[in-house]
Design a protein around this ligand. Structure first.
Ligand code: AMP
Ligand code: ZN
Length: 664
């Protein structure tokens, strides 16, 4: 056997043993023999650097040091999950699903692992990239650290598509976590708080050799991209296992929501015997075809739902109620608590939502209160322990003036929150609005962060977002922590933002109730800020999905002189305040007033492209067929009940070719 063959054979053997030990929990060699083979391979690799392989089993021990993790844009977005808390929630979800898809719906139930999410990219069977979830659009590349986790295959088995991603969760099993803490205690160090934070912290360690020492594990449940043959979520898990991944075996196929609920009830208890933390169950529509039909909302798939196990609760003393002012002027009362441990973290503050909530629960300073942690980062106060209420306790008087600028607060009819009306003179509002303006989904100004904005406002250099565009390098240089280079970057970033398309500028200027999606709609409909500013409430309400609340808010925004002035300045500075000619060229009104249901699989274009074409030509996409639908664009595999419904309501079914003819 040549050296090269020996090396390959050893690598192959060691991979197999790793897989049996870490993925299948079924060791096929003694630790001692494994070490001998590993050493043999190491020696050969050292003597023959020409056969170097970045994915060799010898490199699992780490060593590579990353100073700055590279930001990588996810090729497929990493979505969140909607949460449910009861059988009713799940049944409501099923009703929504069944309106949108045909036929029977089955579910794959999986446990919701509480760790750090990760996306792994494989090319030609080799791990090439590992990226954290980040904000779902982009994350940090942590490949060197991930390679040290032995249950993650560096080289796949069997057959696999040339390129795909797999998603999962990096977890730190209790046993390893406890061992780590014992060592830390023995060394006189603070113990780690909980496995989840320790797992996600591990991914960002600079020295991968340190990561290698941590007993991390990785459970994988989501194949994305790639031309796979399976057609259900459940089969996809099996396929993942065949390729060598640790895909959770607790997953179960359920024929109805009632069976789903049995699975949930079982695991609500049984999870306490699992080696790692779980905080719920993820229910996924099993058929991938149905998944595609259901699609996504702005944040999460419609085809999946997380069920959260009941949150942990603790009681503690409420020391003080303070009030926060948000960027819209909304006031949020905050409970300042006697610090207490809850689900592994120390809690000092909790949200009290609004005045009504305080009144309803009759929450008072010095009360013993129950605090619960749901999915949110900020825990909430859910009840008062009245038996412990001090005798001299007095009901809470909600504040009447802004804690920041002392302006009397207002409360509009039908609104839960109080507002500070001092829009242009209340510091957190001024800062918050500019921070929103520069944020990633808005103007995405590189080189400028939230803290710098606060600094600029507090130094009196800017008072609104238009002021950003007249900033000079000389003005910002003297600021704290500002060097020549960062000042240059900041000014350049501001300059570059002048190219940001109109729909995002519209989102950035911060009209109440105009989020990303609404901004897109308005931009598309009105095409310029002038047209939008001149629109009446009635006119706005005619725009699809724009209700009276949004319409009134838009009109109110443009009626303020301060806003008109700011917009005029943005225009003068050269920002994009109208849809560009290029975008306009791709838009027509051919389908104006027509609504479409797109269903099935298409040959020449993807379903998403089809929907985009409908929108770009002025049409409207709707999810389910009703008497108001004008056309059903039907592809292959359109469900029989959809077809029937269309026929019954006499709605024409057209093919993709018919459709393309209409718009050209
Ligand atoms: P959330 O962060 O609450 O929106 O929940 C979404 C996250 O749940 C995902 O990003 C995953 O990291 C995590 N997760 C854990 N287990 C699963 C699972 N079986 N399927 C999907 N997501 C899961
Ligand atoms: Zn104020």
């Amino acid at each position: 056997m040549s050296v090269k063959e020996t090396i390959n054979k050893l690598r192959q053997e060691l991979r197999e043993h790793n897989h049996n030990y870490y993925v299948r929990d079924n060791p096929t060699i003694s630790d001692y023999d494994f070490d001998i083979k590993l050493k043999e391979l190491q020696a050969l690799e050292e003597a023959h650097p020409e056969f170097y392989d970045a994915n060799s089993p010898t490199l699992r021990v780490g060593g590579e040091v990353t100073k700055n993790f590279k930001t990588v844009v996810h090729e497929h977005r990493m979505y969140s999950l909607d949460n449910s808390y009861s059988l009713e929630d799940l049944k409501d979800w099923e009703i929504r699903i069944k309106k949108l898809v045909d036929g029977e719906v089955n579910y794959t139930c999986e446990l919701k692992y509480d760790g750090a999410s990760i996306s792994l990219t494989y090319e030609n069977g080799r791990l090439v990239r590992a990226v954290t979830r980040g904000d779902g659009f982009q994350g940090d590349e942590v490949t060197a650290n991930i390679k040290t986790i032995k249950s993650i295959p560096l080289q796949l088995k069997g057959d696999y598509p040339p390129k795909f991603e797999i998603r999962g969760e990096i977890v730190l099993p209790f046993e390893g976590f406890n061992k780590m803490n014992q060592t830390r205690l023995a060394n006189g160090e603070e113990p780690y708080k909980n496995p989840r934070n320790t797992a996600s912290g591990s991914l960002k360690l600079q020295d991968s050799a340190e990561v290698a020492k941590r007993p991390l594990d990785c459970l994988l449940y989501g194949l994305v991209g790639g031309d796979f043959k399976f057609s259900t979520q459940f089969e996809s898990l099996e396929k993942a296992r065949e390729m060598g991944f640790k895909a959770p075996r607790e997953a179960q196929l359920c024929g109805s929501i009632d069976v789903v609920f049995q699975f949930i009830n079982h695991w609500d208890k049984a999870r306490h015997h699992l080696p790692y933390e779980t905080d719920g169950v993820v229910v996924k529509v099993n058929s991938l075809f149905q998944q595609e039909e259901l699609g996504y909302t702005a944040k999460s798939p419609r085809w999946a739902m997380a069920y959260k196990f009941k949150a942990e609760q603790v009681s503690t003393k409420l020391k003080e109620i303070t009030y926060q002012v948000g960027r819209t002027g909304a006031i949020t009362p905050v409970a300042n608590l006697e610090p207490v441990e809850l689900a592994g973290t120390i809690v000092k503050r909790a949200s009290l939502h609004n005045a009504d909530q305080i009144e309803k629960l009759d929450i008072r300073v010095n009360d013993e209160v129950f605090v619960e942690k749901g999915g949110e980062i900020i825990p909430k106060v859910i009840a008062v322990d009245l038996s412990k209420r001090p005798r001299d306790s007095k009901p809470t008087q909600y504040i009447t003036a802004c804690p920041e600028c002392h302006t009397p607060l207002e409360r509009l009819e039908g609104e839960a929150k109080h507002f500070c009306p001092n829009v242009n003179g209340c510091n957190p509002q001024v800062i918050g609005r500019i921070q929103h303006f520069i944020s990633r989904k808005a103007m995405d100004i590189e080189g400028l962060g939230g803290e710098t904005v606060a600094l600029l406002v507090n130094e009196g250099l800017i008072t609104n977002y238009a002021d950003l565009y007249s900033l000079t390098k000389e003005q910002v240089m003297p600021l704290e922590r500002m060097a020549e280079k960062s000042a240059d970057n900041l000014i350049q970033g501001i300059e570059a933002s002048k190219q940001i398309p109109f729909e995002r500028v519209l989102f950035a200027i911060g009209i109440r109730f105009v989020g990303e999606t609404v901004a897109k709609k308005l931009a598309k409909h009105y095409k310029s800020i002038d047209a939008l500013a001149n629109a009446s409430v009635e006119n706005l309400e005619k725009v699809d999905e724009i209700g009276v609340k949004i319409a009134e808010s838009v009109v109110a925004f443009f009626s303020l002189e301060a806003h008109q002035l700011a917009i005029q300045r943005l225009k003068d500075y050269g920002l994009q305040l109208a849809v560009s000619d290029e975008v306009l060229a791709n838009q027509t009104n051919k389908l104006e007033g027509k609504s479409f249901v797109v269903s099935g699989v298409f040959e020449t274009i993807s379903r998403d492209e089809l929907k985009k074409l409908i929108e770009n030509n002025g049409g409207k996409n709707v999810a389910s067929i009703s008497s108001k639908t004008d056309f059903v664009v039907a592809g292959d595999k359109i469900g029989p009940s959809k077809k029937e419904k269309a026929e019954k309501l006499k709605i024409p079914l057209i093919s993709e070719t018919d459709f393309l003819k209409i718009i050209t």
